[in-house]
Design a protein around this ligand. Structure first.
Ligand SMILES: CSC[C@H]1O[C@H](OP(=O)(O)O)[C@H](O)[C@@H]1O
Length: 368
């Protein structure tokens, strides 16, 4: 998307061939900063510390991480070690394994001397495919927003609530949950977004608010606990979130707090949609609650917060009573029964195995 009028992706090969450039998402919302990944460990570190995050972007970064590894050492041992190192960076987003499986299978069949070039080509293709996929998600999701807009008074916005950041910053471009929002906004449909701040990493307040603001989409940041109240008072027309891993039966794993939004949406008759590329569907899993690994991140993300002081300094402060224990499960699972529909690149699907397998039969065969 555009930043101050200049088009950006979240990740791209450096023009001088030295490595890969990313937007460092740990600097938002007050600083827009890019940084270079020069080797495999740089790529692994960027995923671990969330300089890059979001399932599709994690997958794309891992693909470039393999390419950087092949640049240094294209041997079979190096290829497997690179994939294993990157796979161990974060456990929940399935795009990480999806991208590494493709890279491993593709590159092991190529002569070592040609692996680096082939790996960079593969990573670039994954990025291009992600953009095309998200644009298709945007078109399918815009149809939902358009139908709601028809029932509104002229000029009255469609109110969408989203959780965490499933925006262009979570992908290579366009986003998943935000793609329908951007496309609706760009086509003149009035849209307003309730942005869950999304404690403790605040991807909503720091990332979603930042990117919607730069695109001129009206939005309001709210605390995570406000969503149910807004729905009770008819202020939310639909919820659209992203996902890090969705099972073949339609169970949706996403940022912690998503399940609570889905419960509130069901109780208030608000449609709850999940936008996702098929690369985020784990066709090998059926029951999300028992099968999807939930990342436990550091408790300091709960006990401390980083922000900008009045005199422009970035500071981290403690916000929990000293000595208190903290827990930080980073994701939860929303059962398929609470999901109105899955907005994919091949259309809006019911959240069940029959619909998913019908839409992506080739993926089911691959996972068998
Ligand atoms: C389009 S995937 C976005 C998904 O990823 C986020 O997790 P994290 O920021 O920890 O990588 C969150 O669950 C978003 O919904």
């Amino acid at each position: 998307m555009k930043v101050n009028g200049e088009k950006y992706r979240t990740i791209w090969p450096a023009e001088d061939g030295s490595g890969v450039v990313i937007i460092d998402q740990t600097k938002f919302p007050h600083t827009f900063e890019t940084t270079s990944l020069l080797d495999l460990e740089d790529a692994a570190h960027a995923i671990r510390v969330m300089q890059v995050r979001g399932a599709p972007l994690i997958g794309a970064t891992a693909a470039f991480g393999v390419a950087l590894g092949m640049k240094a050492d294209p041997s079979d041992e190096s290829l497997h070690a690179a994939c294993d190192t990157l796979l161990a960076t974060r456990p929940t987003a399935v795009n990480l394994k999806w991208a590494l499986d493709i890279a491993r299978k593709r590159l092991i069949q190529i002569a070592p001397e040609r692996r680096a070039h082939a790996a960079f080509e593969l990573a670039s293709q994954i990025c291009d495919d992600d953009i095309a996929t998200n644009m298709a998600i945007g078109m399918h999701g815009m149809e939902l927003i358009t139908e709601i807009a028809k029932k509104k008074r002229p000029g009255e916005p469609v109110n969408v609530l989203t959780h965490c950041n499933a925006g262009w910053l979570a992908t290579v471009d366009w986003g998943t949950a935000t793609a329908p929002i951007y496309m609706s906004h760009d086509s003149g449909i009035p849209v307003h977004v309730w942005v869950d701040e999304t404690r403790p990493r605040n991807q909503g307040a720091f990332l979603t608010a930042w990117e919607l603001g730069h695109h001129g989409v009206p939005h309001t940041v709210v605390v995570d606990n406000a969503g149910g109240h807004l729905m009770q008072h008819g202020k939310v027309d639909l919820v659209i979130t992203g996902t890090d891993r969705t099972t073949a039966d339609g169970d949706v794993c996403n940022k912690i707090g998503t399940y609570l939004k889905a419960l509130a949406a069901r109780d208030n008759g608000v449609p709850f949609y999940v936008a996702l590329p098929s690369s985020t569907i784990d066709f090998s899993l059926s029951d999300g609650l028992s099968q999807i690994p939930i990342e436990e991140r550091s408790g300091t993300e709960v006990s401390h917060i980083t922000g900008l002081t009045e005199d422009g300094r970035t500071e981290t402060v403690e916000i929990v009573a000293p000595g208190s224990d903290t827990a930080n499960p980073a994701f939860d699972v929303t059962p398929a029964r609470l999901v109105t529909g899955l907005i994919t690149e091949r259309g809006v699907l019911e959240a069940n195995r029959k619909a998913i397998v019908k839409a992506f039969p080739e993926r089911m065969k691959m996972s068998a």
